[in-house]
Design a binder for this molecule. Structure first.
Ligand code: NDP
Ligand code: OXD
Length: 310
């Protein structure tokens, strides 16, 4: 029985192979490209597998996503049907995302970009902003990351809203559920955080229509997937001042191509998909524990649902 490992960064593969080998003594862990006996592979641990990678293994029983999202696995047109997918979640990932969301919401809330511009001009310019309890912020997606981030924003004092598919109760957060509630959720929202999974229903959701429903001059933080955003719509909304600032951690193409307009746009902050990069050692322990439990029982706590897309 072999566990196949793949990540797009070659140097990282060997590191993951050795780490998982240390955590799963007695198992055989190998880089996907070193495996000749394809029939021996029953588990695969992957981040952004190449199309066709997983279809090579006729006896594959489970796929582990090195990450909370599974869109990168589902994107493979040759993905073997009906092979269960485990995602990698956990407290480390949630804590990191709460920190990122708090940092960037506060940065927009206190108008730091404008304050830094004033500093560059040696301009003693006091920017006075409303206090958090007078500011409406909204979090799209109330799963592990969205719910914890919304709670953090509420604890900071913001008027906090959250939007999800099914109804949720989160202390201090006004929740909205389903497509019919989206407009009410967006109305008056001054800072919007996207933490939705990328699915057919959410692809391109950050578009001109949605921007037009936010408070004029709202800020947008996308820390979910690049595919949620219609890039040109954001650029136009920034030009029209419908959107004042954006923080983007994820992109259609990663790394973001050097000639992309986002890099040098004065109203856009680019971070390189680091909002919540799981600590590799912590992630490895979670993956090893999930794999062991799955092999023993046929399930584990972090099972994703491929049909729903997350
Ligand atoms: P979860 O799967 O735990 O939660 C997803 C949430 O989105 C759920 O609340 C779900 O609603 C809601 N949702 C899904 N589809 C819709 C829809 N059509 N309309 C309204 N709500 C919807 O995800 P996580 O919180 O773990 O992660 C969210 C995403 O964050 C990941 O998929 C990934 O893309 C991204 N991510 C980014 C990272 C980064 O570093 N930038 C790091 C980790 C993750 P319901 O609960 O009702 O099903
Ligand atoms: C994830 C990610 O999905 O890192 O975990 O984006």
């Amino acid at each position: 029985m072999t566990v196949a490992v793949y990540l797009p960064v070659k140097e990282k593969i060997q590191w993951w192979v050795e780490m998982l080998q240390g955590l799963l003594p007695g198992w055989t862990i190998a880089s996907i490209d070193d495996i000749e006996d394809v029939a021996s592979v029953k588990q695969a641990v992957v981040w952004r597998p190449r199309p066709g990678d997983l279809a090579r293994f006729p006896n594959l029983e489970v796929i582990v996503s090195i990450g909370a999202g599974i869109d990168h696995v589902l994107a493979d047109p040759d993905l073997p049907k009906d092979v269960p997918i485990i995602r990698t979640a956990g407290d480390d990932l949630t804590q990191r995302m709460r920190e990122y969301v708090a940092l960037h919401v506060l940065r927009h809330h206190r108008d730091m970009p404008r304050q830094l511009l004033a500093q560059a001009e040696k301009d003693w310019h006091a920017i006075v902003v409303p206090v958090a309890p007078n500011r409406i912020v909204g979090v799209m997606g109330l799963g592990n990351l969205g719910a914890a981030s919304a709670k953090t924003l509420s604890d900071l004092g913001f008027i906090t809203r959250g939007w999800s598919k099914s109804t949720k109760t989160i202390e201090g957060v006004e929740t909205f559920a389903g497509a019919d509630a989206l407009d009410r959720f967006l109305s008056g929202c001054e800072i919007l955080v996207n933490l939705l999974p990328l699915t057919d229903a959410t692809k391109g959701i950050l578009n001109a229509d949605l921007f037009g429903k936010l408070a004029p001059g709202a800020c947008v933080i996308n820390c979910a997937r690049g595919g949620h955003l219609v890039d040109d719509d954001l650029l136009l909304a920034l030009e029209a001042r419908q959107i004042k600032q954006a923080t983007l951690d994820v992109f259609h193409q990663e790394p973001l191509p050097t000639d992309h307009a986002f890099w040098s746009h004065p109203a856009i902050t680019v971070t390189p998909h680091v909002a919540s990069q799981i600590d590799a050692a912590t992630g490895g322990r979670l993956i090893a524990s999930n794999l062991k439990e799955f092999v023993e029982t046929g399930t584990c706590p972090d099972m994703a649902d491929a049909d729903r897309g997350y």
